[in-house]
Design a protein around this ligand. Structure first.
Ligand code: NDP
Length: 436
């Protein structure tokens, strides 16, 4: 706490992982030697930089850029960039720390890192976004490389922003180094299924988890918070599996479908992906049959399954109690750390199946690693083949977490399973590489 003042979210994420490690240390006391745990909690490198840019009125704007290169024992640093006014060093460190274990869980050769800026893309013109991305990459480029650090998107960073950053990287380095960023467009080195991967992957994970209780998405009422990349493709896959998504949200409010059909995904995609509009615009376009609740809490809507897919700490103990009272049977974190520790405890005590983000939302980074594989071999796989790889990876993550939870005497505890599985893989690699 003294060394990392004011980094509340980072402390929360570290505490949650350390809480799971008592059982591992009891079984393997050697993991506590050589300051291994202390080293895992300390980023290898943290970069903070000024991002100056000129807005459309000719005014100079200054934002702060971050890249936390957390752990590269398993491979190059890998993790997204977030552009949101709430981004502080502690936010990026929490996300980077989670990313280390998530990437380890995928079983792929990727280390963990995260970055971003307190830049707010909302209300900015296309040219302003481009100028910001170019300035951000002008500094960040010197710290990246296909064998060093490979960023992707996150909140506020989609294919458009990745494109502007890739263009600037290419210009500065004079190299068409496809493997330096993931989340690229299909015509310039991207992978099929990357856009869909986090949402689809979270649904695959939860479907398999439901299977352990002979349940499935089929016929279930589902709520999905957020209306961004993760939320949209969660809604799409839930609907394909026979579930009905009755509510989604953004930071201004939520919509509930009153009709039997669930969210109109084509309309939502049109408004969010093409027009860059809001959930309120969706409600206005949909008209009767849908209710828009400004400023409300989506977790008040009764549902069988909840998929929090917006941002950290968006679901509190109070919300968790409401969901349990309304009969929720499963919760799958599409976002990073969306449930507070107290909310997770309420779900566990209520015997609700709970899929933690570092396992459930690992499909995005796993497909980014597949994008890197395609870039390295100058290849491009079909949608079906790539989706099948994603499904196998998610099922593998689920099964490893479930097995490890069993071995450590806590069957069905996916939080323990994910933390312990990720920790052991990183710890083994770090020990093999010596004190570096
Ligand atoms: P997007 O920017 O595409 O969408 C984010 C959504 O969450 C928007 O609807 C946004 O609403 C809402 N939101 C953001 N911040 C807040 C806030 N402070 N309060 C309430 N709502 C908020 O991001 P993604 O869908 O990519 O990311 C969502 C979550 O998933 C994040 O936690 C991210 O770290 C995680 N994640 C994403 C991956 C990916 O591949 N994209 C991979 C793994 C995890 P509004 O427009 O009103 O701000």
């Amino acid at each position: 706490l003294r060394r990392n003042p004011g980094e509340d979210e980072f402390h929360q994420a570290v505490r949650e992982v350390l809480d799971s490690l008592g059982a591992v240390i009891a079984k393997h006391p050697d993991y506590a030697e050589g300051a291994l745990i202390e080293r895992i909690c300390e980023p290898e490198r943290q970069i903070i930089f000024r991002v100056p840019w000129v807005d459309d009125k000719g005014q100079v704007q200054i934002n702060r850029g971050f890249r936390v290169q957390f752990n590269s024992a398993l491979g190059p640093f890998k993790g997204g960039l977030r552009f949101h006014p709430s981004v502080l060093l502690g936010t990026v460190k929490f996300l980077g720390f989670e990313q280390v274990f998530k990437n380890a869980l995928t079983g792929m050769p990727i280390g963990g890192g995260k970055g971003g800026s307190d830049f707010d893309p909302k209300g900015r013109s296309e040219h302003e976004i481009m100028r910001f991305c170019q300035s951000f990459m002008t500094e960040l480029s010197r710290h990246l490389g296909e064998y060093t650090d490979v960023p992707a998107g996150d909140i506020g960073v989609g294919q458009r922003e990745i494109g502007y950053m890739f263009g600037q990287y290419k210009r500065i380095t004079n190299r068409y180094e496809s493997g330096v960023l993931t989340g690229k467009g299909l015509t310039w080195g991207g992978s099929r299924v990357r856009t869909e991967a986090t949402g689809y992957g979270a649904v695959y994970f939860v479907e398999r988890m439901l299977g352990t209780r002979k349940q499935s998405f089929d016929g279930k009422k589902v709520i999905v918070s957020g209306a961004g990349n993760v939320a949209i493709y969660t809604i799409e896959k839930v609907s394909k599996l026979g579930g009905r998504v009755i509510a989604c949200s953004d930071s201004h409010g939520y919509v509930v479908e009153n009709s039997g059909s669930g969210i109109d995904l084509d309309l939502l995609k049109e408004i969010k992906e093409k027009k860059r509009g809001r959930v309120a615009d969706y409600a206005a376009a949909r008209g009767a049959g849908v209710t828009y609740v400004p400023g409300g809490q989506i977790w008040d809507v009764p549902a069988d399954i909840a998929m929090p897919s917006a941002t950290q700490n968006e679901l509190t103990a109070h919300d968790a109690r409401t969901l349990v009272k309304n009969g929720v049977i499963a919760v799958g974190e599409g976002a990073n750390m969306p449930c507070t520790p107290e909310a997770v405890r309420v779900f566990m005590e209520g015997n609700v199946l709970f899929a933690p983000g570092k396992a459930a939302n690992a499909g995005g980074v796993a497909t980014s690693a597949l994008e890197m594989q395609q870039n390295a071999s100058r290849d491009s796989w079909t949608f079906e083949a790539t989706e099948q790889r994603l499904a196998n990876i998610m099922n593998g993550i689920h099964d490893r977490c479930a097995e490890v939870a069993d071995v450590y005497g806590s069957p069905g505890n996916y939080v323990l399973g994910a933390n312990v599985t990720g920790f052991i893989r990183v710890a083994e690699a770090m020990r093999a590489l010596g004190v570096v």
